[in-house]
Design a protein around this ligand. Structure first.
Ligand code: IVH
Length: 670
């Protein structure tokens, strides 16, 4: 058979398998027996094994037959399931502790609960009156999917707790995973153990889940009706007594120096463990301190994942592609000869930016060392100069955008007095195709509109087919046409419609974030949403050119204001925002309705004692108050710490604003 014939045969089999998947998973109406299905699936896997050109084209095919069902019921976690920030080196860890001390503004010694970071899938188990009521996947962190019946097939998960001291209501969280030796038996069906766990957890039929020997290790809690624990380590011990499996390697360590020693020792023995781990998690052991530290938008301030060093391998650069990102950044990507790094086939490695290429003098044809750490994008570490041939020329970085031909530039940073390392396309709107596609991918992403049926690949396909050119086109798709596309069917088209319709209800902060304005991340989008409160005020703000007032928001600076101004100078952007605001149902920003500081605004000047500005701010917000960053007649209280700025105090006096000492402010809170 020729290569083309093999490809054709493979495609036909894949298409047939997808059809049977749809019949089985989405319609629950299989037309072939399980045995026939297995034959078909094995034929595909065999073809992929035999012909590597098929596998490289579509690695995910290794998961055939475990296409997740989209029809699980949704569940809003009572306490969000956030992720962890990462530390890779000593400096990251030291900075982590420094930030904690700064936030608490106290010189204290911190004990850490140290736990292996299991490389699986997290799940949350809600127990009410000692019985397991819901088992939920993490989802986007705020809303997961109810997979109780599947989780119940895991023997480590107790269905009922007998102990008297078990809280009336509690969300117990942990990791679902598969042991290395159990994975060996099914390794032909899945890319890696993590995939096996996630695929089998999302089966529609729990019988399918029960075929895979999954494990569950518990390590934290979400909501808990009564918390009598002083430390995370006490909670972990109690979990064991309640009948949950916890890690045998959990321990308490009392300094970052000892954490580093332990990490070095543990890294050596990680391969002896009977499950995959990709690092250690350090959590501030004292739960009271954890509470004070709280969370940033996607991770707790009181915990960090200290990753193990990455795997690496050598390969040859076949070409250097220039990718254009959502904000116009030109990112060079090395296309390398496919190479296996720690079980994953890598054929792309980022070169970061123009400066990095110049610094490392990376050229097409070079043999390079590539590093891959967990889920971080593989990157080129260094060039093996011994292997360089005389014929290899220096790489010339393009000075015009490879997508739209616009001029590119490196911005000058007035604060650092340096040019940016990143070169950018100067086209700021939807007329650069690559920027536009990336903007749409950002629009549908998890933290933005969260349209889970519309992945990045689908966006690219719909773009090529001219179905989507601007974000609003997503809400005007022709599902009839879509259902007749190769690889689609009426069920998948209607699933897509369902998830698009579902996304129409969105909160103001997520909507602002989804616009993909440079320098407006989730955290800033929340601040702007707090300030503008609803979509009409938001729109007026920008139409009436009141953008400069945004600078009054504590946390927003010149950079953000400039970026917003630039965004709203573009007519297409305005049209997109207006059109979307008509189509979507954008919820007003929920202002904390209860709290003793409702409608009261504060501003701080001078150094506070035993509390950082950040903590003071979150205390005010917890009590429904707000923080402003300038003295205007909108300010209610100016709180003065040590060495306040005289000008601010004078301005406040002139406007008749009440001035409080830190003690008076603290009394007001208590
Ligand atoms: S605590 C808010 N502890 O790591 C803190 N997570 O990158 C939530 N994980 O989604 C997590 N072992 O899937 C915690 N001992 C451990 C963990 C652990 C593995 C996973 C978990 C989480 C991810 C965060």
């Amino acid at each position: 058979m020729t290569k083309e014939q093999i490809k054709k045969k493979y495609k036909l089999k894949l298409k047939s398998l997808n059809k049977h998947n749809e019949l089985y998973y989405d319609k629950s109406q299989p037309v072939i027996t399980d045995a026939e299905y297995d034959v078909l699936k094995n034929e595909i896997i065999d073809l992929e094994k035999k012909y590597s050109f098929l596998r490289n084209k579509n690695l995910n095919n290794l998961q055939v037959g475990f296409r997740p069902s989209k029809s699980f019921e949704k569940y809003k976690h009572k306490v969000p399931m956030l992720s962890l920030s990462n530390a890779f080196k000593e400096e990251d860890l030291k900075n982590f502790e420094k930030k904690i001390i700064n936030y608490l503004n106290e010189k204290i010694k911190i004990d850490y609960s140290v736990e292996p970071k299991i490389d699986g899938i997290s799940a949350s188990l809600t127990y009410i009156n000692k019985k397991l009521k819901f088992g939920v996947s993490r989802g986007d962190g705020e809303t997961g999917e109810i997979i109780t019946e599947n989780l119940k097939t895991i023997q480590d998960i107790p269905l009922e707790i007998k102990k008297d001291n078990f809280p009336k209501e509690i969300e117990i969280r942990g990791e679902v995973f598969i042991k290395k030796k159990d994975f060996l038996r099914i390794k032909d069906k899945f890319a890696n153990p993590r995939n096996a766990a996630s695929g089998s957890l999302r089966q529609k039929d729990p019988k399918e889940t029960s075929k895979i020997p999954l494990k569950f290790i518990a390590y934290t809690f979400g909501f808990m009706s009564e918390n009598k624990f002083k430390n995370q380590s006490d909670f972990l011990n109690e979990l064991k007594s309640w009948g949950f499996l916890t890690s045998d390697y959990n321990k308490v360590i009392k300094s970052t120096d000892d954490l580093l020693i332990f990490h070095e020792q543990f890294e050596k023995k990680r391969f002896n463990l009977n499950y995959d781990i990709d690092g250690l998690v350090y959590k501030v052991n004292n739960l009271q301190l954890q509470k004070r530290l709280g969370f940033t938008s996607n991770a707790p301030r009181w915990a960090i994942a200290h990753k193990f060093s990455a795997d690496h391998a050598y390969s040859e650069i076949l070409n250097i592609d220039i990718q254009v990102g959502r904000t116009g950044a030109l990112t060079p990507v090395a296309k390398v000869k496919p190479v296996n790094i720690g079980g994953v086939v890598v054929s792309n490695a980022t070169l970061h930016n123009e400066d990095e290429i110049i610094r490392k003098d990376i050229r097409i044809g070079d043999t390079v060392k590539i590093e891959r750490a967990g889920d971080v994008i593989p990157h080129v570490l260094e060039v093996d100069l011994k292997k360089r041939k005389k014929t290899q020329n220096k790489f010339i970085f393009p000075t015009i955008c490879p997508s739209c031909g616009s001029k590119t530039e490196k911005e000058y940073n007035n604060i650092t007095k340096k040019f940016d390392a990143v070169r950018r396309c100067t086209n700021d709107g939807y007329t650069c195709n690559k920027i536009a596609i990336e903007k749409i991918k950002h629009f549908i992403s998890k933290d933005a509109m969260n349209i889970d049926g519309l992945g990045k690949k689908v966006v690219e396909k719909f773009w090529d087919l001219k179905f989507i050119k601007l974000p609003q086109d997503i809400y005007n798709l022709d599902y009839q046409k879509i259902s007749s596309l190769d690889g689609w069917g009426s069920q998948s088209a209607s699933n897509l419609k369902f998830s698009i319709e579902n996304s129409k209800k969105v909160t103001l902060d997520k909507f602002i974030f989804s616009l993909g304005i440079r320098h407006i991340g989730i955290e800033n989008a929340k601040l702007i949403a707090d300030f503008t409160k609803n979509i009409n005020i938001f729109l007026n703000f920008f139409k009436k050119d009141k953008i400069k007032e945004i600078i009054n928001i504590d946390g927003i600076g010149e950079t953000q204001v400039k970026s917003l101004e630039k965004f709203f100078q573009n007519k297409t952007n305005i049209k997109v925002v207006e059109k979307l605001s008509e189509i979507l149902s954008i919820k007003d920003r929920e202002v904390k309705s209860k709290g003793k500081l409702k409608n009261v605004s504060f501003m701080f000047t001078g150094k506070l004692q035993n509390i950082s500005r950040a903590e003071a701010k979150s205390l005010i917000e917890e009590n429904a108050g707000s923080i402003v960053s300038s003295v205007t007649n909108k300010l209610d209280y100016l709180v003065t710490g040590e060495k306040p700025t005289n000008r601010k105090v004078e301005q406040a006096k002139n406007l008749g604003i009440k001035i409080l000492t830190q003690k008076e402010w603290s009394d007001l809170l208590n």
